[in-house]
Every structure is written in structure tokens, then in C-alpha cells.
Design a protein around this ligand. Structure first.
Ligand SMILES: Nc1ncnc2c1ncn2[C@@H]1O[C@H](COP(=O)(O)OP(=O)(O)OP(=O)(O)O)[C@@H](O)[C@H]1O
Length: 314
């Protein structure tokens, strides 16, 4: 698959001395939806800023559409749309004029029918003559999206698109993202909502303290880092585990009343071992009254990765 965006050794140290991006290497494929996950302050917005020309990198390079952003910024930027976290637009202007103005800013010829199309797709057409300041927060966010789409970008950044928006707008956004994907637009979104990444993204990148800890497809991440957890509640407490359990990742907990399994690799191996464990307990005459079993979610994996603070070797 073609690479649409390529970051090499991208580093940003702010004048305060804080390194917000630390030697980031990242390739984004044409047409994919890529979710950048990271806790507050991880460097997500800085990364977007560095690509969009809002943050000057300290070191490293950004190539978009094969163009070096340091040399060919204007040409490359014209093909990138950005929906920032903060709502920033002329609040006293009308919706339609602001969106048309954005299109002009990127050097595109005026196109009333295209602006109408964008406004309609975001349910903003009825509000086209309203001043932005009179709209609700959710509608203002839609205006920001309309502005970012006004010049038909090939690469779209959505920085926390659904933070603080209601369920209806979130669904609309998801639909919008789906439509853009069908049109072949590459989308990079940052989010705190891991279920959103799980639902929408083709690939996920985890960033923390300016370092990219992991980049992979969701399925591959689950396969490599997914874990199975199970615990058996015993009728009578045990003092030692039966030797037949062998090398399985099993511990005796809660005063000897739980046999806990934590292992597997997301490929089904964990489930198999839990079934084996159940069989061994029955064979050994150990009575259990309940089994609880859980496969780890992308969220569990994300939390663990960030807690460990290292993705190397995973
Ligand atoms: N202009 C700046 N000057 C100094 N430090 C900055 C500046 N902008 C961001 N930072 C710092 O850089 C780090 C990364 O910030 P950034 O906004 O990129 O993180 P983020 O992952 O987008 O966070 P959030 O999820 O909270 O939006 C943070 O520690 C932040 O305080």
C-alpha cells in the first residue's frame, strides 16, 4: 500500500526544555483510518501540529504525498485538512462564509455547490446564514469539520473529534468518517475513547511521553498482546496448587479460594489453557463453584503499555 505520510526521527523540544516528540518514526498508508492513542500530554497534538506546520520540529523530517514539508509546505498543506481540538473561527461571521473562506485560504477556486454539499453532509445547511457564535457547541464543531473539508483534503486530521460531544453528534461524526473513508480520504484521529479506535480504525498507534510505543493493526495487537484472565472460585480453600497444572501461568489467591489464570496471547491459546485447567481441577477432585473468564480489550492493552512505559520488544 502507498505511504501518504512519513515521519522520520521527528523530534520536538519546546523552549521550556520539554521534549514532546522524541524521535518518532511513523508511516501512514493511503486510505487508512489511523487512530493515535495516548494519555494527556503524550504528544498527539504536537505531532499533528508538526505535520500541519503549526509546530516547528527540532529535528527529523515530515514527508506528505512524497513532498518534504520543510521545503514544499504550501503545496503539501493544501492537501491536508485539520479539525483542531479547540474551536477557532470568526464567531461573528456566518457559517457559509467561514467555510468558503477556508476553501479560499488553501488556494482553491470558489465553488458554491461544493460548499453546499459539505454543509448539507454535516446538517449545517439550515444554519448557513447564522453567525457561528449563535450555534451550540456541537454545531460549532461541525463548522470546524466543514472548514477542514472545504478544500477536499486527501489527508484529514481529527484531533479528539468526539471529546465532549453528545451521542447524536458522535454518531454523525462516525458516519461522516465512514463516508470520507469510502471517498479514499486518509484519516488520522486522536482519541481518548479507545472503543472509538477499536470501532473505526484500521491501525492503531500508541504514543506516550513523545515516543511511539506501538503501531499495528487492531487484530494484530490483540493477537500479540491480548491476554486471557480467568478465575475459578473454589468450594474449599487450597494451600498448594496441584502439580498437574505444571508450568501454566496460574496463582492461588484470595486466601486460597481462587485459582487465577493470566496468560495466553490473544490467539485462543489462553482459552485452551483455561479449558485444560478446568479439566485438571475436575480430575484432581477440586470442586469449583464459579468460573469467570475475560479476554483483554484494546483498552486493557493500552493501559498496560502506557503503565509499562515501553513498547519496544512487544
Ligand atoms: N507551546 C508549548 N510550549 C511548551 N510545552 C508545550 C507546548 N505545547 C504542548 N506542550 C507540552 O508538550 C507535551 C505534549 O502536549 P500535547 O498537547 O502534544 O499532548 P496531547 O497528547 O495532545 O495531550 P491531550 O490528550 O491532553 O490533548 C505536554 O507536556 C504539553 O504540556
Amino acid at each position: 500500500m502507498d505511504t501518504i505520510l512519513s515521519l522520520r526521527g521527528l523530534t520536538k523540544t519546546y523552549t521550556s526544555g520539554l521534549t514532546a516528540l522524541d524521535n518518532v518514526h511513523l508511516d501512514i498508508r493511503k486510505g487508512e483510518i489511523f487512530a493515535l492513542l495516548g494519555p494527556n500530554g503524550a504528544g498527539k497534538t504536537t505531532l499533528i501540529g508538526a505535520v500541519c506546520g503549526l509546530v516547528r520540529p527540532t529535528a527529523g523530517s515530515v514527508h506528505a504525498f512524497g513532498l518534504d514539508m520543510a521545503k514544499d509546505w504550501r503545496r503539501a498543506r493544501g492537501r491536508i485538512g485539520l479539525v483542531p481540538q479547540e474551536i477557532g473561527t470568526d464567531m461573528f461571521d456566518t457559517v457559509e462564509r467561514q467555510v468558503a473562506y477556508s476553501r479560499g485560504m488553501f488556494g482553491c477556486a470558489p465553488d458554491k455547490s461544493r460548499i453546499e454539499e459539505v454543509l448539507r453532509s454535516l446538517s449545517l445547511w439550515d444554519k448557513r446564514s447564522s453567525e457561528v457564535r449563535t450555534l451550540s457547541g456541537g454545531m460549532k464543531r461541525r463548522v470546524m469539520i466543514a472548514k477542514a473539508l472545504s478544500h477536499d483534503p486527501d489527508l484529514l486530521f481529527l484531533d479528539e473529534p468526539t471529546a465532549g460531544v453528545d451521542v447524536e453528534l458522535r454518531r454523525d461524526m462516525w458516519r461522516q468518517i465512514d463516508t470520507l473513508r469510502e471517498q479514499g480520504v486518509t484519516i488520522i484521529l486522536t482519541t481518548h475513547y479507545i472503543e472509538e479506535a477499536e470501532e473505526m480504525a484500521d491501525r492503531v498507534g500508541v504514543i506516550d511521553k513523545g515516543r511511539v510505543l506501538l503501531v499495528d493493526g487492531k487484530e494484530a495487537i490483540m493477537g500479540r498482546l491480548g491476554r486471557t484472565e480467568a478465575h475459578f472460585t473454589l468450594a474449599e480453600p487450597l494451600t498448594t496448587l496441584p502439580t498437574a497444572i505444571g508450568e501454566m501461568p496460574v496463582t492461588l489467591e484470595n486466601g486460597g479460594t481462587w485459582i487465577c489464570y493470566r496468560g495466553g496471547d490473544g490467539s485462543g491459546q489462553g482459552k485452551q489453557e483455561v479449558a485444560d485447567l478446568a479439566r485438571i481441577l475436575v480430575e484432581e477432585g477440586i470442586i469449583f463453584t464459579a468460573i469467570e473468564q475475560k479476554e483483554s480489550s484494546l483498552e486493557d492493552i493500552f493501559v498496560q503499555l502506557v503503565k509499562d512505559g515501553q513498547g519496544a520488544g512487544v
